[in-house]
Write a protein that binds this ligand. Structure first.
Ligand code: PLP
Length: 405
């Protein structure tokens, strides 16, 4: 397999180590091509991709023909104009997202962290207008993840990510997951918003129960604070509904979305109910947010979801995979828990079997994620076929059997 610019995969790895900051603990695999749910490395080895390119970033598989076609068309038409002007692709995407979210209006940006920043700024502005400058506190949850920029990092309820970067932005309170009484106590007159992931993804896939989400909504309504949901990873159909909050029948004020939205390109959107859109010209901005290329890709991605019924597929395949994982849990005591929603799944072990199973999967050509040594995260693309599900299950089952010994 030819490797652009370099003579081998090893040369790519060496060049990274010499020339690129080592902010990631990368797996030593160099991917050079992708198609659907498949990836190929520099040596021509084929992999089944059960992480959607990694971290659930590319939900419709690699180089989806519908998105490629839209991108080719757009690249020859207009790729960038800033938000000093209007463009039809941003307008169309705004229309599609508003239709999908009960009329909520998006602010466009390029990443999940930027959507979090937008939501946090919107919440504080809304709070200041509503109850004055003392209304600035935002309640988030232990084990949460909202991104790596300072506001998003401060919202993230995991001290391991704060360590070395203190002080954090003030005004955040972290409440235990699924503890309604603690949340009720934490939300006071200084609170402007509660912010959470409907499934805590990066921590190891912990879904909020519908009852917990409804309790959060009811506390937010009772105390008149914004109910904000981070759907950066759960949104765009991964859980079997376009928005994961739909499973609980709740209606958040603010919803964030990124990762899958761009169909493989960088794209994010923070959507708010019209009456909560507190940000006005001069308050916030993003040079590349909603640029014609990313907006055309996202528009094509949404249309593609509908055309091929990928959301229904995510629900069907997710139910199938989790049922198989539960059979394994019944058979193997080493499995502590199996959890997830749609195609956002995890298998947790009592010990370090997860790490060994992950390494064995990679050897056998199945890409999955690990959290620590004990949790496997499984995030296949929403285009997954039954044959690809069976293929991945066979590899994973053998890897777990080997790891358990
Ligand atoms: N919010 C959630 C729920 C995420 O899972 C992530 C990334 O994993 C982010 C925010 C940050 O997204 P990004 O890496 O695009 O900045």
């Amino acid at each position: 397999m030819s490797v652009p610019y370099f003579s081998s995969g090893q040369e790519v790895i060496d060049t990274y180590h010499r020339c690129v900051q080592t902010t990631y603990g990368r797996t030593p695999i160099v991917f050079v091509r992708g198609r659907g749910a498949r990836l190929w490395d520099a040596d021509g080895k084929e992999y089944l991709d059960w992480v959607s390119g990694g971290r659930a970033g590319n939900a419709l598989g690699h180089c989806h023909p519908d998105i490629s076609e839209a991108l080719h068309r757009q690249i020859d038409t207009l790729t960038f104009v800033s938000n000093d002007f209007y463009n039809p692709w941003g307008a169309r995407l705004g229309q599609l997202l508003a239709d999908r979210s009960g009329g909520r209006k998006p602010f466009f940006c390029n990443s999940g962290a930027e959507t979090s920043e937008t939501a946090l700024k919107l919440a504080r502005k809304w709070g200041h207008q509503k109850r004055g400058a003392e209304c600035f506190e935002i309640v988030t949850f232990e084990r949460s993840f909202h991104g790596r920029t300072y506001g998003a990092l401060s919202a993230t309820g995991q001290t391991k990510f704060h360590s070395g970067f203190e002080p954090m932005v003030p005004g955040f309170k972290y409440v235990a997951w699924d503890d309604v009484a603690a949340l009720d106590a934490a939300v006071g007159p200084q609170t402007c918003a509660v912010f959470l992931e409907p499934v805590q993804g990066e921590a190891g896939t912990y879904p909020a129960s519908p009852e917990f989400l409804r309790a959060i909504e009811s506390i937010c309504r009772k105390k008149d604070v914004l109910f904000m949901v981070d759907e950066v990873q759960t949104g765009f159909g991964r859980t079997g509904r376009f928005w994961a909050y739909e499973h609980a029948g709740v209606e958040p004020d603010v919803v964030t979305l990124a990762k899958a939205l761009g169909g493989g390109l960088a794209m994010g959107a923070c959507l708010a109910r019209p009456e909560c859109c507190a940000l006005v010209p001069g308050d916030h901005g993003c040079t590349f947010g909603g640029n014609p290329l990313a907006a055309a890709a996202a528009t094509a991605a949404i249309e593609t979801l509908d055309k091929h019924g990928y959301i229904e597929n995510a629900e069907r395949m997710g139910n199938y995979l989790i049922a198989r994982f539960r059979q394994w849990a019944a058979r193997w005591d080493a499995i502590k828990d199996v959890r997830g929603l749609g195609l956002m799944l995890a298998i947790e072990f009592h010990g370090a079997e997860g790490k060994a199973a992950m390494a064995s999967c990679l050897q056998s050509g199945l890409v999955i994620h690990g959290v620590g040594d004990s949790i496997l995260r499984i995030l296949p693309p929403m285009i997954l076929t039954e044959a690809e599900a069976e293929e991945g299950l066979d590899i994973l089952e053998a890897a777990i059997a080997g790891a358990i010994g």
